[in-house]
Design a protein. Structure first.
Lengths: 98, 218
């Protein structure tokens, strides 16, 4: 495992990735998250075009909302780690005259 | 940006897929070139894709009592240019459609168009334009990123309006309705995205000048 050269940057990125979970504990935020703009758009479509039937559906859906949040967090986490690694790799290349 | 699976009529899905295809193909070619011919830029590509992954996964509450996602394309546009974003967006959107049931495979064409084509185009034009006017790069690209975020969601609003016009007020009325759902909610999120993007760009400052001189060879 590589030595963490820049713990502050890593910490910031991990905190960012943890946001989807953290919001759950802030009352106003939690209510807002349940009324996402994507959901409201779907509702608006159902209202203005009540005869419209979605002609296909997703292949697979996360079994519950906890699983869904976990997957989003995993995506953010994976991205944060990759971003941290890429920045550190660039810095290492520069230090060695790359 | 994440029009849900099945929520765009078949003809529209096909239409947007056709509209996106040229940009996607050129983008895939550009990404391949970067990987093969400019290996130093591979890390910038990884950073751009990673940033896109992080930001599109974030659901942020907004002042309107609703929530939405940032877009995350600004980093890639500044570091490597507009042309890499359609391919990177396609990867992220496919990932989310299959593994998170967010967005859709049928709506990939439309979603790549808003997230990977229109948004980055606005960011690129504004960022470069403002910088050329002598405005500090942090402000130029921060403003550009925020506008690109909003442009992505206005595009989504237009796509939905074209598919579901209002009986009385037509496409224009539907656009106002959908933009009303997305636009105000998106403003604080776009601002946060701009700040995050500039913060990461500042961490990548030594490579900014390099990116600017590398230019874009199709």
């Amino acid at each position: 495992m590589m030595r963490v050269r820049n713990p502050r940057l890593l910490g910031l990125l991990l905190a960012l990735a943890a946001l989807p979970l953290a919001w759950e504990y802030v009352p106003f935020a939690r209510a807002s998250l349940e009324r996402g703009a994507d959901d409201r758009a779907r509702q608006a479509i159902r209202q203005s075009a009540p005869n419209y039937q979605p002609w296909t559906d997703v292949l697979w859906r996360p079994p519950n909302s906890t699983a869904e949040k976990a997957l989003f967090t995993a995506q953010a986490l994976g991205g944060a780690l990759l971003l941290y690694w890429a920045i550190e790799a660039l810095r290492k290349g520069k230090r060695s005259g790359g | 940006m994440h029009i849900a699976e099945g929520y765009l009529p078949v003809s529209h899905c096909v239409g947007w897929a056709v509209a996106s295809s040229p940009s996607i193909l050129l983008s895939v070619r550009r990404v391949n070139r970067i990987i093969k011919e400019q290996p130093q830029q591979k890390l910038l590509l990884a950073a751009s894709g990673a940033f896109l992954f992080v930001l599109t996964a974030l659901k942020m509450p907004s002042v309107t009592g609703s929530s939405s996602h940032p877009t995350g394309t600004g980093l890639g546009v500044r570091m490597l240019g507009v042309n890499v974003m359609p391919a990177l967006s396609l990867i992220v959107l496919t990932f989310q459609a299959v593994l998170l049931a967010h967005g859709g495979l049928s709506t990939l064409g439309a979603n790549v168009f808003s997230l990977g084509i229109v948004g980055p185009a606005v960011i690129g034009l504004m960022g470069n334009g403002l910088e050329r006017l002598g405005i500090r790069w942090q402000i130029s690209w921060g403003l550009a990123t925020a506008c690109g975020d909003l442009a992505t969601y206005l595009t989504t609003s237009l796509q939905l309006a074209l598919a579901f016009p209002e009986p009385s007020t037509g496409i224009a009325g539907a656009f106002v309705k959908f933009a009303g759902i997305f636009f105000v909610t998106q403003i604080p999120i776009a601002i946060v995205e701009a700040l995050l993007t500039v913060a990461v760009l500042m961490n990548l400052q030594p490579w900014l000048r390099q990116a600017a001189h590398a230019g874009e060879r199709p």
